[in-house]
Design a protein around this ligand. Structure first.
Ligand code: HEM
Length: 153
């Protein structure tokens, strides 16, 4: 039953997240507000986003094990100086990608967007600092479930 499955299982695991990430970046690349922000992103970005989301939503800790973990995720947003308009467009395109890839699942859509709303605020905040800023230890990769941010015991 969807109600009891983990978020990771509900989105179709890594394969589902790859489809979501892929569709999101297709939308980004033809968007007049965001295309220039992502003009030089590396080809493995789509995979990295899928792996990050998998870890956040309760799947295997692939981003921590292979891609530098929470600190690397934050650091990749340094110096981007994300504006409100860009964050809001990012959310709108992600919402559309979810509708297309995971259609007809309003409860799941709400939970995912709650995470993206939270996460994009952090990305925007971090992005105001120059690239190369020492972020210290931001702690482990956050986990998100149907109740929101999972607090460490
Ligand atoms: C929950 C929100 C977000 C998540 C989960 C996320 C995820 C990621 C990940 C995983 C990377 C690293 C990719 C890699 O290692 O190759 C990344 C980089 C990046 N993100 Fe985000 N991001 C978020 C919000 C945003 C927002 C709001 C913007 C701008 C409007 C943005 C713009 C970028 C850019 C430009 C990069 C750098 C690409 C590069 O490496 O050249 N992100 N993001």
């Amino acid at each position: 039953m969807e109600k009891e499955a983990s978020l990771y299982a509900s989105v179709g695991g890594l394969e589902g997240l790859r489809r979501l990430s892929q569709r999101f970046y297709e939308l980004v690349q033809s968007d007049e507000v965001l295309a220039s922000v992502f003009a030089t992103f590396p080809p493995d970005h789509v995979e990295h986003v899928a792996v990050w989301l998998g870890e956040v939503f309760g799947g295997p800790p692939g981003f921590t094990e292979h891609y530098g973990g929470h600190q690397a995720l934050l650091a990749s947003h340094l110096g981007l100086h994300i504006r409100d308009e860009q964050r809001i467009r990012w959310l709108a395109l992600m919402s559309r990608a979810i509708d297309e890839i995971l259609p007809g699942r309003p409860a799941l859509h709400r939970v995912l967007m709650a995470y993206f709303d939270w996460g994009t605020r952090i990305a925007q905040q971090v992005s105001q600092q120059p690239s190369g800023t020492d972020l210290g230890d931001p702690g482990p990769t956050p986990r998100w479930d149907r109740e929101g941010l999972v607090r460490e015991a």
